[in-house]
Ligand binder design. Structure first.
Ligand code: SF4
Length: 321
């Protein structure tokens, strides 16, 4: 991959949290992933698979246990807080809960304008004009900029969160379940706004969701995470239409709209995700895998390997078994 085109490079990233009796929660357990300029990579997996922790590690809101994060060619893993300060405005997060992520005591103009003022903008009318422009971009009336977050609906609050994230024209946006707390009809509106922004600003984004249908709307590539690791990575259409890993096939099968259009047999997941404190040996998916397993499934961890052009999966069986 051309390094110049890569905005975010995550290499063998891991985050292990200490738990009771000396045990470890292996929330993220060795992830390598790149996001190219102008690309949105969807990161999908069930609740607890480590995708939100990975998002926080990627923008240094968490310290990794091992591995490194390279942002726009600079290794930011070991940077001190002072060195990280100029990097922060260039990588922005959009959070799941738009209400708790917005200061209830500040007006929308103050909230959206804050990153601009932190970035050094002193001209009040220029900040006001920029805030009005950003509100228009996300489909809000700039005349409401004097209002407080509680005076808006959930969908409108998420639009405010998006406007705030875009204020400093970041090179990378990490959207962590941005539509999970919204009604389905509002989800569609926010996803449509996100698609418009992708075209207008050529956004580079990591879009995190538990819903493969949601990420399929906005992503050029999709990474599927299971118990702290990526088990499939490829072009969005290939991952949705011809998933290679049995876990991805089951996620796709759970979405009726996609499943109707997809080639291949229908499959359903059974059982719960094992605890990240007791990751199964061998293939970490083997306790739920419905394929005819090989002996090595229980003893050797499968590598993420290219089974089709640009389409990788971590399974001992390979393609089409
Ligand atoms: Fe299933 Fe084995 Fe493939 Fe894991 S490696 S997904 S257990 S077939």
């Amino acid at each position: 991959m051309n390094e110049a085109a890569t905005v975010l490079q995550i290499e063998d990233l891991a985050k292990h949290f200490p738990a009771a009796r000396g045990r470890l929660v292996r929330a993220v357990d060795g992830v390598t992933l790149a996001v190219k300029r102008g690309e949105t990579v969807g990161l999908v997996g069930e609740s607890g698979c480590g995708k939100s922790t990975l998002g926080r590690l990627a923008c240094r809101l968490e310290e990794p246990t091992r591995g490194r994060v390279v942002f726009d060619g600079v290794d930011i893993t070991g940077l001190e807080a002072r060195e990280l300060r100029p990097v922060r405005p260039r990588m922005q997060m959009i959070f799941q809960d738009p209400f708790s992520s917005l200061n209830p005591h500040k007006t929308v103009e103050q909230i959206v304008g804050l990153p601009l003022r932190i970035g050094g903008a002193r001209d009040r009318s220029a900040v006001r004009d920029r805030v009005a422009e950003l509100l228009r971009v996300v489909g809000l009336d700039p005349g409401q900029a004097h209002r407080f977050p509680h005076q808006f609906s959930g969908g409108q609050r998420q639009r405010i969160g998006i406007a705030r994230a875009l204020a400093c024209e970041p090179e990378l946006v990490i959207a962590d379940e941005p539509v999970a707390s919204l009604d389905v009809s509002i989800q569609a509106q926010i996803l449509e706004i996100f698609r418009g922004l992708q075209e207008q600003f050529r956004l580079t984004a990591l879009f995190i969701s538990h819903d493969i249908s949601v990420v399929s709307h906005v992503s050029q590539r999709i990474a599927v995470m299971y118990l702290g690791k990526i088990v499939e990575l490829g072009p969005a259409q290939a991952v949705i239409q011809e998933p290679l890993h049995p876990y991805t096939r089951a996620l796709v099968a759970a979405v009726p709209r996609i499943e109707r259009e997809r080639k291949g047999a229908t499959t359903h997941l059974s059982g719960d995700v094992p605890s990240p404190m007791a990751v199964p040996p061998g293939c970490r998916f083997h306790t739920r895998c419905y394929l005819d397993q090989r002996p090595e499934c229980r003893s050797e961890e499968p590598e993420l390997r290219e089974l089709r052009p640009l389409h990788l999966a971590a399974c001992h069986l390979g393609v089409g078994e």
